[in-house]
Write a protein that binds this ligand. Structure first.
Ligand SMILES: Nc1ncnc2c1ncn2[C@@H]1O[C@H](COP(=O)(O)OP(=O)(O)OP(=O)(O)O)[C@@H](O)[C@H]1O
Length: 635
């Protein structure tokens, strides 16, 4: 008989002890970076579903895995596919999408789309307490799994506590985490409250469950070189920060200094745009990440790399959840209300797909997501409804296969790369000069997370000057400023900046031709330009409309939100007369996504009645051109 785990790393005795515990165990696994926590979770899921004793085995539907981001869900799904085929049908969801699904089932008359993420999490916590989980379609879970539990703070922590409390008699759990990697404390605004949140969930588990089993994983498997192991020995001290005898602040400052010193002792690649750095970035065949402390740096690095022709992807915010473009194309061409497997696969075979998208997997997961469909079919309308209601399954997101990514440390949590380049970190004293309130333990943990993402190479590199990239607090956007307070030279593009209510089209291309053009010609990373259509504002407190150009084709227009934000960023003061930029250049295609607008709009545009179509999502920081001559007012 062939071993199903032949291609999977063998479990160590410590990992096996975690995997083999019965389903009703309440288990906390703490471990350092790269110790195989996620790997062990995957194998545990497989063991829970595939237990030899049928009385001990759980149905896949009885297990609920909650995670932080789509990327993490996707990562877990990929690993399940590689190392644990029996767990294929286990539900793996982000906290947000699980909460949304729970609320949509319990209170179908409320429009949950209009509530913020945090409001939905709080509403879901209240719904759990009122019995919505057991009353829902999927019923009460028998086992809950949570990875990266160190980042469970505030509202999400309370949601999980409510869930475990509710089913304390009937539900086992596997909670996995590493206190040294807690970097999401900033979600709690009040610094005092934030300090209290450190390890609060772990403490809650330890005090709430007399029968809690606590296991540790001590070996590191990720780092294969001394460089990649640089930070590891400091993990235990970081884990104990909350209980440091000389106070967390002082201990964290010392740890940050030590981590920084060790990093700066490693090979220095010089400046990012030096020949050596660019050469290695272009030639390296493995997966590489450039990690930055904040978004400002990530935007600047991405812009520089584009200028130097280095292909890469700027990593999205963890809550960004674009629906893959193949969904719109599938629905547009379906020609019937249901699709059989062969028709589904035939249509996908005719659609250009990003690398790593496996059509059979899309079929399987689409069927699972549109559960009420008849045997062997996918209900096209139900799939469209999932997009319209913002409930498209997390695990159907496109895989992130890019060779080079630029990401903040926060967005790279839980991930690993063959090579990591870290922007040379400033000292805490230098950071204090630039930031009013600085959270030293969070800075130390963040540096530790960054330094432990590498499998082989870890370098530091001098980052670009970011002094002109400023935050516009009311809108949350980054913009390019100048020496004078009123100077504005560019603005950041974010998800939702391309109009979605009607399908993109123009005088030159109708909606159907634009869809085909996008599919055949627009690729992630392509440069796009926003060009003012006319100088009249589209409404009060809005900019004029801008069309989105890909080469010389119009492929969309900006959304009302973009126009409002551009107005807000440009309106320096009440009497200020705005000179609108004629063009905004240097933005990029992030991805092609499926968006939902009105069904009438889709039908009128000849795209069928599903109300979904493809639109480009744009990213990056765009530069204004105000004058007639190209290059004028580049700042
Ligand atoms: N027993 C093992 N033998 C060999 N390799 C292993 C073993 N367990 C895990 N690995 C490998 O080690 C790497 C790190 O594992 P994993 O990502 O699960 O760690 P983690 O503890 O979740 O990491 P982190 O907390 O730093 O994100 C992976 O490439 C995984 O395949």
């Amino acid at each position: 008989m062939t071993d199903p785990y032949d291609a999977s790393p063998p479990l160590t005795a410590e990992q096996r002890a975690v995997v083999d515990l019965p389903w009703d165990t309440r288990l906390l696994v703490t471990a350092g970076a790269g110790s195989g926590k996620t790997h062990t979770v995957v194998r545990r899921l497989d063991a829970l579903v595939g237990h030899e004793d049928p009385d001990e085995a759980l149905e896949a539907g009885e297990i609920l895995v909650l995670s932080f981001s789509r990327a993490a869900v996707r990562e877990l799904r990929d690993r399940i596919a590689r190392h644990g085929d029996r767990a294929e049908r286990v539900r793996v969801q982000t906290f947000d999408s699980w909460a949304y699904q729970l609320l949509a089932g319990a209170y179908p008359d409320e429009d949950w789309k209009t509530h913020s993420f945090d409001q939905r999490i709080r509403a879901a916590t209240a719904a759990i307490e009122k019995g919505a989980v057991e009353a829902g379609q999927l019923g009460a879970p028998s086992h809950v799994v949570i990875d990266e539990a160190q980042d469970l703070v505030g509202d999400r922590r309370e949601l999980v506590e409510a869930l475990l409390d509710r089913f304390q008699r009937s539900c086992g759990f596997t909670v996995v985490g590493d206190s040294a990697q807690g970097i999401y404390g900033f979600q709690i605004e009040d610094p005092k409250e934030r300090a209290k949140e450190t390890d609060l969930f772990f403490t809650w588990l330890r005090t709430s469950y007399d029968d809690l089993v606590e296991l540790h994983l001590t070996e590191n498997f990720r780092a294969t070189t001394p460089e990649a192991r640089t930070a590891l020995t400091l993990g235990p001290r970081l884990q104990n920060l909350a209980v440091s005898p000389d106070g967390a602040e002082n201990a964290a400052a010392a740890l940050h200094a030590e981590l920084r010193e060790r990093l700066l002792d490693l090979p220095d690649l010089g400046t990012l745009t030096g020949d050596f750095s660019l050469g290695t970035l272009k030639a390296f065949p493995g997966r590489c990440a450039i990690l930055t402390r904040d978004n400002r740096q990530a935007l600047a690095v991405s812009e520089l790399l584009h200028e130097h022709g280095v292909e890469h992807r700027l990593k999205r915010s963890l809550q960004d959840r674009p629906v893959p473009h193949w969904v719109a194309e599938l629905l547009r061409r379906a020609e019937s209300l249901t699709l059989t497997e062969s028709r589904f696969l035939e249509l996908l075979a005719e659609t250009p797909l990003p690398a790593g998208v496996a059509p059979e997997r899309c079929w399987r997961l689409s069927r699972a997501a549109t559960r009420r469909t008849g045997r062997g079919q996918v209900d096209v309308t139900a799939l469209g409804r999932l997009v319209a209601e913002g409930r498209f399954p997390d695990d159907l997101a496109d895989p992130e296969t890019d060779r080079l990514i630029v990401s903040t440390v926060h967005r790279a949590k839980g991930l690993e790369y063959d090579r990591v380049l870290l922007l040379s970190p400033p000292s805490l004293d230098e950071l204090r000069k630039a930031h009013e309130s600085l959270d030293a333990p969070a800075e130390a943990r963040s540096l530790y997370v960054a330094m432990t993402r590498a499998r082989e190479d870890l370098y530091h590199v001098t980052g670009p000057d970011t002094s002109r990239i400023r935050r516009h607090r009311p809108t949350g956007r980054w913009y390019l400023g100048g020496w004078k307070r009123y100077e504005r030279y560019g603005i950041q593009a974010v998800a939702g900046d391309v109009h979605r209510n009607t399908p993109p089209c123009s005088a030159d291309m109708d909606a159907a031709t634009t869809q085909t053009y996008l599919l055949e010609h627009a690729r992630p990373g392509d440069a796009v330009t926003l060009r003012m259509r006319h100088p009249l504002p589209a409404g009060p407190e809005q900019s004029p409309p801008y069309d989105l150009f890909h080469h010389d084709r119009v492929v969309g227009e900006v959304s009302e939100r973009f126009r409002r934000d551009l107005y807000a960023v440009e309106k320096i003061s009440l009497p200020w007369e705005i000179t609108w930029p004629r063009e905004i250049v240097g933005l990029r295609v992030d991805t092609l996504e499926t968006v939902a607008g009105g069904t009438a709009a889709g039908t009128n545009a000849g795209l069928g009645g599903n109300g979904v179509w493809i639109a480009p999502r744009i990213t990056g920081i765009g530069r204004y051109r105000r004058g007639e001559r190209a290059g004028e007012e580049q700042g």
